[in-house]
Design a protein around this ligand. Sequence first.
Ligand code: DON
Length: 573
Amino acid sequence: MSIRKPSSALVLRSLLVPFLCVLATQADAQSTWTAGWATRGMVVSDCGLASEAGVSILESGGNAADAAAATAFALAVTFPAAGNIGGGGFALVHKADGGDAALDFREVAPNAAHRDLYLDEQGKVVNGLSTDTHLAAGIPGSVDGLLRLHEDHGSGLVDRAQVLAPAIRLARDGFPLSFWAAYVLNAYRGKLETDEAARRIFLRGDGQLWQPGDVLKQPDLADALERISQQGRDGFYKGVTAELWVEEMERGNGIATLEDLAGYDSKYRDPVRGEFRGYEILSMSPPSSGGILVLQLLEIMDGFPLEEWEWNSSSYVHAFAEACRRVYADRAEHLGDPDHWEVPVPGLLDPEYLEARMADMSLERATPSTAVSSGTPTPREPDETTHFSVVDKEGNVVSCTTTLNARFGSGIVVDGTGILLNNEMDDFSAKPGVPNLYGLVGNEANAIAAGKRMLSSMSPTIVLHDGHPRLVLGSPGGSRIITSVAQVILNHLVFEMPIAQAVAVPRVHAQWLPDRVYYEPFGMALDTRKRLEELGHELAEMEEIGRVNAIEVQPNGFYAGPDVRGGGASAGY
Ligand code: DON
């Protein structure tokens, strides 16, 4: 079997593998898998088994926050490339009673970190240090954040042990790999076999490639999850797991200490809010750049005759790319951890400011993104994050994105725990003007400092109408998260696509530097591309832009928008 990316049709077929196994092994399960519609509750994630774990919590009386925590812990097992307890993320909550919360469980830089951490004696960035080594890991936030989500926003009817039970079972008993899960493990074999502990877990014992339906068991991870189940945050940030984490650091010249782990604290932020065509958009605030940029893009695009231009016409893509250039330039200069840098949030979202930013745009020519190498490399390797969306029957919703940064993080497992080290430190600006994994550059605002959160693009978002949820969505994709989320909202609210279509249709992406417009295969007709080139845009095909998992809420039920670009699968009842 060669390592080949599965086509969407194969992905869809492969989703049946775990589905049939669930039916076979859990004859008593009450939930109904659904291709796209449910009335009482729904989870859409990157893995059917994890969606199912969330729905099982809804069925036993839990609410969307309980289900979100269960889904995330299950993803740590069934989607090790991105689902994680070794990384961090953001969760946006909208309560049926109208309350909102934005929970920031982003990783932080260890206390011994400093701005020149990745520079050699000549002041040059050392290749790979912020991505492939123990030094690449931020202090993980997922466990603290997910437990807080459950404790503060859960129903009170489902305890911690119940929330963790599906994940522990999946880790201990194993689960059948979907076609996509097998593909991802096989595709990253080279990375995973360089670390002994990762090799033991993520490569088949007989040296062969994984096949769909093969069972992956993770007993060390099951034990680590069990400690969280029994002791809460202390079962991760103190005791056995923390000690193993620090031992791993000592083995690999990392700098994280027991004090760093014990001191981790997730935080509440004020969600950013905007208005778009009568809908309220709620999204993630700094230390993510995501929410601000999504709102900026929507506000700017609202100034153009979008319906007249039509979806993905050359005028539409031109305007979108021009808007992207400007908002990503803002990102590089103004955005960082708000506890370390004053982010001018209202100013960045001011419609007059945005109008002024677009004033020099011409419909007849592309504006070149200033200076710096147009030869900036495109992302060196596919990367990984995971987004899931949850709704419950009361109308509570959770939009949650978590990440290890690159696929399988640094590829290093904390020996004895089954937990992958994130390589989130690469999201800092290692040096002004030097691009990270996603080609993003940054400045002082996102320089490395002890205890600081690295700037993110993750954009868990909720769209409300008259105070009621209409869309719950988000995406992985590094810098492409922002453009993916903005396009799905435009597809749905402007071009009136049902959510499944709004998610599936090809997307485009641009980001100031590199000065290039990317498009997915089948995304733009040849004459559209020619017109964009005439306007002065450099174009490049990109295999995949984002992987959005969304839910559309309508009076008659919940409609799923899982992304066929990966293993996206909905479960509902
Ligand atoms: O926080 C961020 O913006 C990145 N670490 C996210 C990485 C990501 O989305 C990779 N996914 N495909």
